[in-house]
Design a protein around this ligand. Structure first.
Ligand code: ZN
Length: 355
């Protein structure tokens, strides 16, 4: 498995404030770093270069995306808007919790280009599994809207590039939040299947109108909303009973995974309860699909535990047994709502297809 990295991804400085909300809060003694920060990505890399899975991995340097490449999934006017905001000379908010500053444009181009470098490695046959360990994340970025810490949709860019190369593409997103940006980019593309497994959180704010519910599913989009509290069993069943059969039925010959770790039991931005073992299982299940695959890094904000979950996912992807213990897996697995959640996902999509 080949990992892709670019130092410029660290130059996107999101500052501090009240968690994800930037600025000075007079009543708050010690502000917190924005959750989507450079330290989390450095921690993820360190886990994979110093953890026991390290001998199974090779590392390559990514590249910057070109303007033409970014325009494959975003409008020119939107890209000009983001560019201008990044060059305003100070940190500015594109929407409530999505900020950019002086280093952000290079980071955005590096994240997108490094995801494309991962695609190029898979397309050339050099590797079958490539992981773009990048930030800022992308899966909330829509054609012409920034949202949820995301400016450019790295996963969608890989999917669109593969599609133009003649691949039949599926996107699988297990970030705890709905992959609304990817859904938006491929809303009218029946040949690209987008699948998102996420917690039921509904729309948020003017830049996030999508519900993430089964009412937005159709033949080429599948939303699998899991109730708050869902954990390892729910994700295992969502993948093996609904998501992966849909990807096989689509006839995909190339897979893009939007890989988030904010579904963990300890993530401040999610209300799901995955453990490292759950992520190891996701890795095994994706590997069992046996498709050429590019993964892009999305969320995951309690950086130590997210790094452990990334390590476990990679163990699953490369097929080792468990290599790291999980000292924090003590939250009980909630399974009572899984049958209902999966039935809603399947029947909602079928109803849309008949309409
Ligand atoms: Zn997320």
């Amino acid at each position: 498995m080949e990992l892709f990295w670019h130092d410029a991804c660290l130059e996107h400085d999101t500052g501090e404030g009240l968690w994800e909300l930037p600025g000075r809060w007079e009543w708050l003694d010690a502000p917190e770093p924005h959750p989507e920060n450079a330290a989390r990505l450095r921690t993820f890399r360190h886990a994979l270069t110093h953890g026991p899975v390290a001998p199974h991995l090779t590392w390559s340097t990514g590249r910057f995306a070109t303007d033409e490449e970014l325009a494959r999934v975003h409008s020119d006017a939107y890209l000009a808007h983001v560019y201008k905001a990044c060059h305003a000379g100070e940190r500015v908010s594109l929407e409530t919790n999505t900020v950019v500053g002086p280093g952000s444009w290079d980071a955005i181009r590096a994240a997108a280009g490094t995801a494309l470098a991962a695609w190029e490695a898979v397309e050339s046959g050099r590797t079958r599994l490539a992981y773009a360990l990048v930030r800022p994340p992308g899966h909330h970025a829509q054609r012409s809207l920034a949202d949820g810490y995301c400016m450019v949709n790295n996963a969608a860019l890989v999917a669109e590039t593969a599609r133009r190369a003649g691949r039949r593409v599926a996107v699988l997103d297990w970030d705890v939040h709905h992959g609304n940006g990817t859904q938006d980019v491929f809303r009218d593309a029946e040949d690209v299947l987008t699948v998102s497994v996420h917690m039921r959180h509904g729309p948020w704010g003017v830049n996030h109108k999508q519900t993430g519910g089964p009412e937005e599913s159709d033949g080429a989009n599948l939303n699998i909303e899991l109730s708050l509290g869902a954990g390892d069993t729910a994700y295992h069943r969502a993948l093996t009973e609904v998501a992966l059969p849909a990807i096989r039925a689509h006839g995909a010959d190339f897979l893009v995974c939007a890989s988030g770790f904010d579904g963990s039991a300890f993530d401040p931005n999610g209300r799901h309860n995955l453990t490292a073992a759950g992520y190891r299982g996701i890795g095994r299940e994706v590997a069992a699909l046996d498709l050429p695959t590019v993964l892009t890094q999305e969320g995951g904000y309690l950086r130590g535990y997210a790094a452990l979950c990334l390590h476990a996912l990679v163990e699953g992807l490369v097929g080792t047994g468990p290599l790291l213990d999980d000292p924090l897996a003590y939250v009980p697995d909630e399974t009572r709502l899984v049958d209902r959640d999966l039935a809603r996902a399947v029947t909602g999509r079928a109803a849309r297809d008949r309409a």
